[in-house]
Design a protein around this ligand. Structure first.
Ligand SMILES: [Fe+2]
Length: 214
């Protein structure tokens, strides 16, 4: 995307785990017939785990109730969600089990122009995960790069990602019914609103003539 002469390799985030022999990786690709910003919105609000991924990625009512820590850096928004003493996510059952409940963490940065870098995992409750001790943990590092397909920025692994796709496509349908209706942010939208603002500023800086895609 964009003007190749203005590409700055120093802005590429660290994703060494994608081809590091010390990590086991699973590449994937998904095509969405929807605005790419709906995908970054989705990634910036994990309260949807409780509504969309209850039986796959796992999201109890307790998970939706977590107030995430949201912080903004120059080119990214960081979201931290920590869940203490809850059941392990269903998708982990084939990989690892614990005798009781677990503490879970999802700590991620969404970096301009739309790259999610995820640190996610679970460890038995009482072993110190909230303090940073990851003992007998199941850990994942993820990278999801959202790439708009066409000029007008419309673009278009798992069972969980297909669930997101269903929701995102439904959002696009609703938006298309009345494209003039503005979006109104709610309290849980803080992270995604921050990211949309960052992105808007970056687009403006790069191309002051630009009219932002809805
Ligand atoms: Fe999701």
């Amino acid at each position: 995307m964009g003007d190749i002469d203005r590409a700055d390799p120093s802005l590429i985030p660290d994703t060494h785990y994608l081809d590091d022999a010390g990590w086991r990786g699973t590449p994937g690709y998904m095509y969405y017939d929807a605005n790419y910003l709906l995908i970054t919105d989705n990634l910036l609000d994990f309260s949807h785990l409780s509504y969309v991924h209850e039986s796959t990625l796992g999201g109890s009512a307790k998970y939706a109730g977590i107030s995430p820590k949201v912080s903004r850096a120059e080119r990214s928004v960081r979201v931290e969600r920590r869940l203490v003493n809850d059941e392990p996510a269903p998708f982990l059952s084939n990989l690892k089990t614990w005798p009781g409940n677990v503490n879970r963490w999802n700590i991620y940065d969404v970096v301009l122009p739309g790259v999610l870098l995820m640190d996610s995992g679970s460890a038995a409750t009482g072993t110190g995960a909230p303090e940073g001790n990851r003992i007998d943990a199941a850990q994942f590092f993820g990278c999801q790069a959202v790439t708009p397909e066409t000029e007008n920025l419309r673009q278009s692994v798992l069972a969980g990602f297909l669930e997101d796709k269903g929701i995102i496509l439904a959002q696009q349908k609703i938006l298309d019914m009345d494209p003039e209706t503005p979006m109104l942010p709610m309290r849980m939208d803080r992270a995604l609103a921050s990211f949309r603002t960052l992105l808007e500023q970056a687009i403006q800086e790069e191309n002051p003539e630009s009219v932002r895609d809805k």
